[in-house]
Design a protein around this ligand. Structure first.
Ligand SMILES: Nc1ncnc2c1ncn2[C@@H]1O[C@H](COP(=O)(O)OP(=O)(O)OP(=O)(O)O)[C@@H](O)[C@H]1O
Ligand SMILES: [Mg+2]
Length: 262
């Protein structure tokens, strides 16, 4: 694949309230360009909301999202995807009745460079765009090791492969950065180990900047060069996983007041 390697990605002072609840409060994160950055934190800390703000599913109340210095703040999801932000979802979003290949092709549909008139007239342009989409889809399936499974239907896949297919969908758009929201959720230990290898190989092959939200600390430990811990909408610590795990604010948040002095 031919995307630029090691894209710089950062967001500053992101804030989002739902009614009286400030779900994301002044969150600033600079991702490791070309590396893997982790976001950890307890349930309801605001992690997925951060991804939804970055990818345009929610509009931030304040703050800025910058990809290679380009301001993406407040744009529509399809514009942000086209600018190079790929993502997966905490709850798998696949078309269960569709084949593996069609699931990936469908993800590309919005980015195809033709309109309804081309489609009606069956102009050569649409055929070449469709061919390009198929090639990109096959390339993405190969990257995640699912080429052999391309004719299977989404619903027939074991959970681990459904997660992998979601990653292929995101990669087919040739993103500059990839957001993975709890990719290991629901996987058995063997599948988690495969996923770690997959994420590492995608990162190495494509030089892709990756942000991953995870509760599995072994995954975070083996993949992430930098980690941010969130609690009640705020980043309370950042650094290596060891630094974050020993940070007094994190110990206090997880173990209760006074734990940092124990
Ligand atoms: N669309 C919404 N409307 C109202 N409240 C929301 C909405 N989305 C998220 N929230 C609230 O914002 C807070 C943060 O939710 P979020 O999903 O970002 O947490 P999370 O860190 O991803 O948690 P988990 O680890 O359980 O996935 C929660 O209190 C949640 O109920
Ligand atoms: Mg979440």
């Amino acid at each position: 694949m031919s995307q630029a390697t090691g894209a710089r990605f950062e967001f500053h002072n992101l804030t989002k309230a739902f009614g009286g609840l400030v779900a994301v409060n002044d969150v600033t994160v600079e991702a490791v360009a070309g590396g893997i950055t982790g976001i950890i934190g307890s349930n309801g800390a605001g992690k997925s909301t951060v991804f939804n703000l970055i990818s345009g599913f929610y509009k931030p109340d304040a703050g800025q999202v910058l990809l290679e210095g380009q301001d993406l703040t407040g744009r529509q999801p399809h514009e942000i995807a086209a600018a190079g932000v790929g993502r997966t979802f905490q709850n798998i979003r696949l078309f269960q009745g569709m084949s593996v290949l069609d699931n990936v092709r469908t993800a590309l549909h919005r980015s195809l460079d033709y309109n309804v008139f081309h489609a009606l007239l069956r102009l050569p342009k649409i055929r070449s765009e469709e061919k390009r989409a198929e090639e990109a889809a096959l390339e993405a399936l190969e990257l995640v090791g699912m080429l052999e499974a391309k004719e299977l239907t989404g619903s027939s896949l074991p959970y681990g492969l459904q997660r992998r297919l979601e990653i292929a969908r995101a990669l087919a758009m040739k993103p500059k950065i990839l957001l993975l929201d709890e990719p290991a959720a629901g996987l058995n230990p063997g599948e988690v180990a495969d996923l770690v290898n997959l994420i590492r190989s995608i990162n190495a092959k494509l030089g892709l900047t990756i942000l991953v939200i995870e509760h599995h600390m072994d995954l975070v430990a083996s993949l992430c060069q930098k980690v941010f811990a969130m609690n009640f909408g705020q980043v309370i610590a950042g650094g290596t996983l060891a630094e974050v795990q020993n940070d007094p604010a994190v110990l206090e948040a997880y173990l209760g007041k006074g734990a940092s002095h124990a």
